[in-house]
Design a protein around this ligand. Structure first.
Ligand code: NAP
Length: 258
């Protein structure tokens, strides 16, 4: 297991025990990290507090809706006050209006496009800007986001989320270029399908899991623990030479053609 003793991180995107961000937070805490966990709105606060109580190291818990610049600023100010800087940040937020994930992509409304791109892609830019001075205080750090293959290939019903993930992955490259001089790395992990709240919003999700089982080189699906292990690698000095990268954790599915 990696050693995160003395490391401080902020993790955004925990909705419930199935969230990929929760799997990452749990592993980081078990490895010794002290965390700030954020929740989006009062509806999720209790969930996040209950989960947080099970961590070996009690985290600071703060609200953060990524559509609000004020809430992003307040969350990072709270992290700075508590820890005096940060070593890593996990961005695990994604959202598109439900109708945009079931109707044909050509029907995507201007508003659905705006919301999906704002929450799922721009939020990384806003968070990286707020995080940069805190990471610099500790000599640089690592920012990680979560993406999906729908950014590069047409996958049924992924629709505007695919467009948002393409913007997210390109943002990773530009942010890596901007922040590299202060020794801050920015990467994405592209996970195969895992049953989470966000995944249930995509029509036909069970069928997607079966296609991966049939076609991926490893002939199976991946689980949240595997996403978390890859995340800890990208958040740790073990990946110190890697930035601007999208690393797949998908049992190899993305390499397959026919
Ligand atoms: P999840 O548990 O539903 O997590 C998504 C998180 O984004 C939730 O905590 C959600 O909160 C949060 N969020 C939505 N709008 C937000 C806002 N305005 N401000 C702050 N947070 C907001 O699902 P997940 O599968 O773990 O998703 C995490 C990331 O992994 C997403 O970017 C997703 O696209 C990506 N990913 C997932 C899979 C998969 O198969 N599960 C595969 C590849 C990549 P609410 O519940 O309140 O909306």
């Amino acid at each position: 297991m990696m050693d995160f003793s003395g490391k401080h991180g902020l993790v955004l995107g925990v909705a419930n025990k199935r969230s990929l961000a929760w799997a990452i937070a749990k592993k980081a805490s078990e490895a010794g990290a002290d965390l700030v966990l954020t929740y989006q709105g009062e509806r999720l606060e209790e969930n996040v507090r209950e989960l947080a109580a099970t961590l070996p190291r009690p985290p600071l818990i703060v609200p953060c809706d990524v559509t609000s610049d004020d809430q992003i600023a307040a969350a990072f100010a709270a992290a700075d006050e508590k820890f005096g800087g940060l070593d890593f940040v996990v961005h695990g937020a994604g959202f598109a209006p439900p109708e945009a994930l079931s109707e044909p992509f050509v029907q995507t409304s201007r508003e659905a496009f705006r919301v999906a791109l704002d929450i799922s892609a721009y939020s990384l830019v806003a968070m990286a800007r707020a995080a940069a001075p805190l990471l610099a205080k500790r000599g640089g750090g690592s920012i990680l986001t979560l993406t999906y293959l729908g950014s590069q290939r047409v996958l049924q019903n992924y629709n505007v989320m695919g467009v948002a993930k393409a913007a997210l992955e390109t943002s990773v490259m530009y942010l890596a270029s901007d922040l590299g001089a202060q020794n801050t790395r920015v990467n994405a992990s592209s996970a195969g399908p895992v049953k989470t709240l966000a995944a249930y919003g995509i029509s036909g999700f069970s069928g997607i899991l079966q296609v991966y089982r049939d076609k991926a080189p490893l002939k199976r699906n991946i689980d949240a623990g595997e996403v978390a292990d890859t995340a800890l690698f990208l958040l740790s000095p073990a990946s110190r030479g890697i930035t601007g990268e999208t690393l797949f954790v998908d049992a190899g599915y993305h390499v397959m053609g026919l």
